[in-house]
Write a protein that binds this ligand. Structure first.
Ligand code: FES
Ligand code: FES
Length: 175
């Protein structure tokens, strides 16, 4: 199959029924989408397929053939966060961070189709995205700040992780 992931064309042979989540994480080493419930109920695995948010744990890879897939890695990276990522950082919208890639991809898709959503519309767009840490208020505050056009300085754009923090590099691990 041929699939464009974060702007890069990838060609590979794979099980057509394998969920896109596993194709991304285990075959393409794109580990931003997280393996949470793996039943379509938590939103951690959300990616954009041709611009639409999809739960990659439920999407057979064959249905992504010929599409453009965007994951959190396609927005910004640790060296330079994009605006939504900086807003989550500034407003403490990410704590453990496990839900964050899915939240941000859903929010990104919302703002692409509606740059001025109400708080209620943001809540609807994030429906079914589960966060065990933040209580959701900070996530909504972060997205509303982007809607207001708030800008973020370098300390939010380029946060410096603790160098002593271990990187999780196990294939198939949920982190
Ligand atoms: S891992 Fe896909 S919705 Fe939970
Ligand atoms: S920040 Fe921990 S699950 Fe949302």
């Amino acid at each position: 199959m041929r699939i464009t992931v974060n702007g890069k064309l990838r060609e590979l042979i794979c099980d057509p029924l394998q969920p896109l989540l596993y194709l991304l994480r285990e075959e393409l080493d794109v580990t931003g989408p997280k393996a949470g419930c793996q039943q379509g109920s938590c939103g951690t695995c959300t990616v954009l397929v041709d611009g639409e948010p999809r739960r990659s744990c439920l999407l057979p890879s064959v249905l992504a053939d010929g599409t453009e897939v965007t994951t959190i890695e396609g927005l910004g990276d640790a060296a330079r966060l994009d605006t939504l990522q900086a807003a989550f950082h500034h407003y403490y919208g990410a704590q453990c961070g496990f839900c964050t890639p899915g939240m941000i991809m859903a929010a990104h898709a919302l703002l692409e189709r509606n740059p001025s959503p109400t708080r209620s519309e943001i809540q609807t767009a994030l429906g079914g995205h589960i966060c065990r840490c933040t209580g959701y208020v900070k996530i909504l505050d972060a997205i509303e700040a982007v809607v207001r056009g708030e800008t973020f300085d370098e300390s939010d754009r380029t946060p410096h992780p603790d160098p002593a923090e271990h990187e999780v590099a196990m294939k198939g691990a949920p982190a």
